[in-house]
Design a protein around this ligand. Structure first.
Ligand SMILES: [Zn+2]
Length: 299
């Protein structure tokens, strides 16, 4: 269970990151995002004063997802982000938005102090800066007005995971990011369907082995499923074990098993559900699972 101070930090990170994202939309005159097909993050980055993104063609590969370089020019300092050419389009969009988040934090030095004062100092400045930049990226790439006006809950209920995949692809974001924003914007979750993603949280488990944890979930309020918990400690151990064996494809058999376990997690509200699951793998070998289902009835 997350402590009260931790929850306060998360809430403060969210609201500060939201202000920074709104400022970006205003600065680049993208004020209303309701009708945007997708957020033109490259344009935002290029039009942002003193900032610029470019895909690295350097022969020297770098380990980080993206690098941030400050150059002195006659017109003043110019900031440039270098992206890894091998990353997917969605990965590059995320990196651009995340690095822009760091840049915004440099322009607003008070933000981190404000969060530390509000929520107590249990997080280092570095970790906090990463959290804010991640949150900023998801708020920039999937703004609430866009989701509210364009995400079709009824279609999600009908077409399930396929619709979510297509929606995420159109917006140029990962499925996990979409799930995270859906759970924020539609909290406590649209009735009737649930969507869960899980992956290995390397930062949290470093040194103590890997554990598959719930990353994001959109569930109706009464079907509680805490995030950041190990699947094994939630009674979904079999899902975690099978995830290891699975190649990146969807499996009906595995999904049935996962749903059976979920039903037992939700045994307090007896539920009849159906769904699909899929294991995704990125080129860098990072993999995660998505489980989408409909709650047909409560028994
Ligand atoms: Zn970062």
């Amino acid at each position: 269970m997350a402590s009260r101070a931790h929850r306060a930090t998360i809430a403060a990170v969210h609201s500060e990151a939201n202000l920074l994202a709104l400022e970006c939309f205003e600065t680049t005159r993208l004020g209303d995002t309701t009708g945007l097909a997708h957020v033109p993050v490259e344009r935002i980055v290029d039009e942002f004063p003193g900032y610029h993104a470019k895909v690295s063609t350097a022969s020297q590969p770098f380990a980080a997802r993206a690098a941030w370089i400050e150059e002195q020019t006659p017109e003043g300092p110019r900031h440039e982000i270098w992206l890894r050419p091998e990353d997917s389009a969605a990965g590059k969009r995320f990196s651009m938005a995340h690095e822009l988040g760091h840049f915004m934090l440099k322009q607003h030095l008070g933000v981190i102090d404000r969060i530390l004062t509000q929520a107590g100092g249990q997080m280092s400045r570095e970790v906090l800066a990463e959290r804010i930049s991640d949150e900023f990226a998801s708020l920039l790439l999937l703004p609430a007005p866009m989701l509210k006006s364009q995400f079709d809950v009824l279609r999600a209920e009908r077409d399930g995971l396929l619709y979510l995949e297509q929606f995420a692809a159109r917006k140029g974001v990962s499925l996990t990011m979409l799930a995270k924003r859906l759970s924020q914007v539609f909290r406590p979750g649209p009735k009737g369907w649930f969507f869960v993603t899980a992956d290995f949280d390397v930062a949290r488990t470093q040194g103590v082995g890997f554990a598959l944890r719930v990353r994001t979930r959109v569930c109706p309020a009464r079907y509680y499923l805490p995030t950041n918990q190990r699947l094994t400690s939630l009674g979904l151990g079999c899902v975690a074990a099978r995830f290891e064996e699975m190649r990146p494809f969807s499996s009906e058999e595995w999904c049935a098993e996962a749903l059976m376990q979920l039903r037992s997690v939700w045994r307090r509200v007896k539920v009849d559900c159906e769904g699909v699951s899929k294991k995704y793998a990125t080129r860098s070998g990072y993999s995660y699972l998505a489980l989408f289902g409909r709650i047909k009835s409560e028994i």
